[in-house]
Design a protein around this ligand. Structure first.
Ligand code: ADP
Length: 539
């Protein structure tokens, strides 16, 4: 057996270890038997090898969600669980979480900071079928007791401490782990692990997911817990040094994560290419190019159990993807009437365009507003759901709302998941005119709920939405409308195409809607790609 390379799994894999041990090979087996069993194993789906995966993130849908990050952590975790893997999630215990699950157990542990012991407790609860450890701290700075998930300028300190807590907690729960970390909030884990925890915790590999490169965790090196990094401090600070420093001792947590993680995954194949360019690299393009061998793009999936128009309790008329077209069209109409009544629109068969979005420059607020106003001018109805961390942007939208005096446009400036579900089910079109978009989930949700996406062809939007009028896209892939230029005229031209088809060729519109509903953007395929990555780090 010596020199025998196990297929994919690696020698530490539990299923194979027994086979590799010479004494474990039955005398009745010939070498050929063993070889053919290995071949069989190699052909089996990789999902048959169970792994212990720890997801560490700042968000988790639905209890601690701000955007797509929360959806992805929950969706991917549920898909991995379904495939038979052991999975746990580490999340800060934010005081602002309204629906904490009951705790099954609690574990106390301490973190040493500047010579002082900080008391912490990890509480185990279940969210959407996943085991979640809520990490609570009695840190004197009151971390995670703020009113919102993110707390602005204090965030680097809060999440640096979360990274410290996460590793200290894992040290108390010995096992072989595969760590899957998300965004800059957790990007200090790889350097901290290498400097201070590699002797105490057996980690098979660290996968860093970048959900949005714009957010990098730039801060001052003063916040770095140098006493933990010990002799590696100088080296690590050098690697974390921000290339575009706004102040002399600026460090960049995401840059450090990219450098020290074993794999870096972005949330769509197209975005993985875009971020290597100066235009979309947000200053990290050189770091990413230097690490391009470990960079890969995997398209986000959609949790079709949590986003399901057949069972969604927040929509009045339910339908299944395989219902006949006329049934689906009828159900969509009922949902639309319900929404129209709810928000005071006329119950007419006009195209209804919606947008569900965080209001930040990335999402193209000027195009969102321009597109909604243009829709009104074309006798459509328009609805916006979103809120903004940028006060001036929201103010601008609010001012327009007051000035428009139209009964056919509705603005709802809040985070409101229930209302978002009704919008996805009741609208005819959803607008996603982003300046850049790592993956985007709103277009995937709307496709599943029978609402046709109108998107700018960037990032993951280009990987998921294919224009009905394009001459070089296969018919079966076409599921929406796209435009390239980040301009109001390009958006207006696209909206006009969509409205014309809706008004003049309703059958074509309905066929497009059905193709969208039947697209498969579920997690299974993407989760298998993540598994391949985890697998490659096992051996
Ligand atoms: P991002 O993560 O950049 O905000 P995504 O398209 O990846 O964008 O994910 C957005 C997620 O947040 C979707 O699930 C969307 O429905 C949800 N969402 C955004 N704004 C709101 C809001 N105001 N109310 C409810 N859900 C929202």
């Amino acid at each position: 057996m010596e020199g025998f390379e196990p297929p994919r799994g690696g020698t530490k894999n539990r299923c194979l270890t027994a086979w590799l041990h010479p004494n474990a090979v039955s005398f009745t087996k010939t070498l050929m038997d063993v070889i053919s069993e290995f071949e069989l194993f190699a052909r089996m789906d990789i999902v048959s090898i169970s792994m212990k995966i720890i997801q560490i993130a700042a968000e988790l849908a639905p209890i601690a969600k701000v955007g797509g990050l929360g959806d992805v952590v929950t969706g991917l975790s549920r898909a991995l669980l379904k495939m038979g893997h052991e999975l746990q999630i580490l999340l800060p215990k934010y005081s602002c979480i309204r629906a904490l699950p009951p705790f099954k157990k609690s574990v106390s542990f301490t973190c040493l900071e500047s010579g002082k012991e900080i008391q912490n407790t990890a509480h185990l609860g279940e969210v959407e079928g996943c085991d979640v450890w809520f990490l609570e701290t009695q840190h004197p700075e009151g971390y995670f007791h703020e009113k919102t998930i993110y707390a602005g300028d204090n965030d680097p300190k809060r999440f640096l401490f979360f990274c410290h807590m996460a590793l200290e907690f894992l040290k108390k729960e010995p096992a072989e782990y595969l760590l899957h970390i998300h965004d800059w909030h957790t990007a200090f884990i790889p350097p901290l692990y290498h400097a201070a925890y590699s002797k105490d915790i057996e980690v098979k590999g660290i996968v860093l997911n970048i959900h949005n490169l714009e957010y990098q965790g730039r801060t001052t090196s003063r916040y770095i817990p140098k006493e933990l990094l010990g002799k590696d401090t100088k080296n690590i600070l050098e690697k974390l040094k921000d290339d575009h420093a706004s102040f002399p001792d600026s460090i960049n947590l995401l840059k450090g994560g990219i450098h020290y993680a074993d794999k870096v995954v972005t949330v769509s194949p197209n975005y993985a290419k875009e971020i290597l360019t100066v235009e979309q690299g947000f200053g990290l393009e050189d770091t990413l190019r230097k690490n391009d061998k470990k960079l890969i793009g995997i398209l986000n999936g959609l949790d079709t159990g949590l986003w399901n128009p057949e069972t969604d309790p927040h929509i009045p008329a339910h339908f299944r993807p395989d219902d006949p077209i006329d049934v689906i069209v009828q159900k969509k109409r009922e949902n639309k009437k319900h929404l129209q009544r709810k928000i005071g629109f006329k119950e007419e068969n006009k195209p209804l365009v919606s947008c569900v979005s965080r209001l930040v420059p990335q999402k193209g607020p000027e195009l969102i507003l321009g597109g909604l106003i243009y829709s009104l001018s074309q006798d459509a109805q328009a609805c916006f759901l979103g809120s903004s961390p940028v006060a001036s942007l929201q103010k601008k939208f609010e001012t327009f709302q007051k000035e428009l005096f139209s009964k056919e446009i509705h603005f709802h400036f809040q985070y409101d998941e229930e209302f978002s579900r009704l919008l996805y089910a009741a609208s005819d079109f959803i607008l996603v005119p982003s300046l850049f978009e790592p993956c985007g989930l709103t277009q995937l949700i709307s496709l599943r709920y029978g609402t046709i996406p109108i998107v700018r062809r960037t990032g993951g939007l280009a990987d998921t939405v294919f224009d009905i009028d394009s001459t070089h896209i296969k018919e079966e892939k076409k599921n929406g409308y796209t435009f390239d230029s980040f301009s109001l005229s390009a958006l207006e031209e696209t909206l006009l195409r969509a409205f014309n088809r809706y008004n003049q060729h309703p059958e074509e519109h309905q066929n497009l809607l059905i193709k969208g509903i039947r697209c498969d953007f579920g997690w299974e395929k993407s989760a298998k790609e993540y598994l391949k990555i985890y697998q490659s780090l096992q051996g």
